[in-house]
Design a protein around this ligand. Structure first.
Ligand code: A3P
Length: 302
C-alpha cells in the first residue's frame, strides 16, 4: 500500500495558491504539485517512460466520467473482495505522483489510473498491450459534474459561474483539454489495438450494474460467482460509496466533492435551452463520425 502522507498533503494544499494552469500542446493541465515542481512537459515525459508490467491495468477516463466508481469495482474484482478498500484511486493516479518510482513497490497486478489522453500513456503499457479500462459518460453530465469539481478544486484555478464553465467547455479550454479530442483519441486506439481496451458507459453501469461488472470481470479474466458480482454492485452503489468510501478531497480540503449526485441527466437542471441547443450543434458536428455517438443518442432518452 502506498504511503500517502496525508498530513503533508493537507499542509501543501493549505499553503498552495491557485496559479494559471500550465499549458502543453495547446491543452491546459491541472496545476498539481508535481507539475509545479517539474513543469508539465517533464511530468508528462516521466509518465510515458514508466516501466510497465505485463499485468498492469490502467483506468483511463476524461475527468468526471465515473473514474472513482470503476476504480472501486475493478479493485474489488482484482482483490476478490466485496468491501470498500481503504486505498483510494488517487494513490495510483499517475499525474499526481511526485516520484513515480513508488509504483515499483506495488504488488501485481497494479491498478493505475490517469486522465491524460492516450498519447501520454506509458509507452511500455501500449507496447506490452496491457489492459486499459475506459469509462465514458454523457458529456453534458460530465460538463456539469466538472463545473462543481472545478469550483472546489484549487488545482484547477476556477472561480467563475456555471455560464463561465459552460463557455470554457465550448471553447475546449477545460483542464485536460477537449472531451471530444480525448474520446476520439481513445476510439482510434480501440481500433488500432483491438482487444486492449475495455469500453464501458457510466449510464450502462447505472442501468445494468451486475451485467457490466460481469462483462468487466470477463475482460480481466477473473472468474466470479453471481453472488460476488451482486455484492460488488451493492457496495459500489452511489449511496454506499458516498456514505462509506474515504473521499481524499475531504481529507485534504475539509469538504469532499467527489461523491456529489451520481445520477444520469443532472445536466437538465443546469443547461439553459440556448446552451443545450449550442451543445447539441457542437456535439453533432464534432462527433458525427464517432461510433460512440449511437449509444449517446439512445442514452439521451433516459
Ligand atoms: P456527479 O458530479 O454527477 O455526481 P470521477 O470519479 O471521474 O471524478 O467522477 C465523479 C462523478 O462520478 C460524480 O458525478 C460522482 O458523483 C459520480 N460517482 C462516483 N461514484 C459513483 C457511484 N458509485 N455510482 C454512480 N456515480 C458515482
Amino acid at each position: 500500500m502506498m504511503d500517502l502522507n496525508l498530513e503533508k498533503l493537507k499542509e501543501l494544499r493549505n499553503t498552495m495558491k491557485p496559479i494559471p494552469l500550465p499549458e502543453y500542446e495547446g491543452v491546459r493541465f491541472p496545476a498539481f504539485n508535481v507539475i509545479r515542481e517539474k513543469g508539465i512537459e517533464k511530468a508528462i515525459q516521466d509518465i510515458t517512460e514508466i516501466q510497465s508490467r505485463k499485468s498492469d491495468i490502467m483506468i483511463c477516463t476524461y475527468p468526471k466520467s465515473g473514474t472513482h466508481w470503476v476504480y472501486e469495482v475493478t479493485n474489488m474484482l482484482i482483490r476478490n473482495k466485496t468491501d470498500l478498500d481503504t486505498v483510494t484511486k488517487v494513490s495510483t493516479m499517475l499525474e499526481v505522483i511526485p516520484d513515480l518510482s513508488v509504483l515499483d513497490a506495488l504488488p501485481s497486478p497494479r491498478l493505475l489510473n490517469t486522465h491524460y489522453s492516450f498519447k501520454y500513456l506509458p509507452m511500455q503499457h501500449i507496447e506490452n498491450r496491457c489492459k486499459i479500462i475506459h469509462m465514458i459518460r454523457n458529456p453534458k453530465d460530465v460538463c456539469v459534474s466538472f463545473y462543481y469539481h472545478a469550483k472546489s478544486d484549487t488545482f484547477l484555478d476556477f472561480t467563475g459561474t456555471w455560464d463561465d464553465f459552460f463557455e470554457m467547455w465550448m471553447s475546449d479550454k477545460c483542464p485536460n483539454g477537449s472531451w471530444y479530442n480525448y474520446e476520439k483519441e481513445m476510439e482510434q486506439a480501440e481500433k488500432d489495438f483491438p482487444g486492449m481496451i475495455f469500453n464501458c458507459y457510466f449510464e450502462e453501469m447505472k442501468k445494468d450494474n451486475t451485467g457490466e461488472i460481469q462483462r468487466l470481470a470477463n475482460f480481466l479474466g477473473i472468474p466470479c460467482t453471481e453472488k460476488i458480482i451482486e455484492n460488488i454492485a451493492e457496495t459500489t452503489s452511489f449511496n454506499h460509496m458516498q456514505k462509506n468510501k474515504l473521499d481524499m478531497t475531504e481529507v485534504i480540503s475539509g469538504k469532499g466533492f467527489i461523491y456529489r449526485k451520481g445520477e444520469i441527466g443532472d445536466w437538465k437542471n443546469h443547461f439553459t435551452v440556448a446552451q443545450n441547443e449550442r451543445f447539441d450543434v457542437q456535439y453533432t458536428e464534432r462527433f458525427k463520425d464517432s461510433s460512440y455517438k449511437l449509444s449517446f443518442e439512445q442514452i439521451k432518452e433516459t
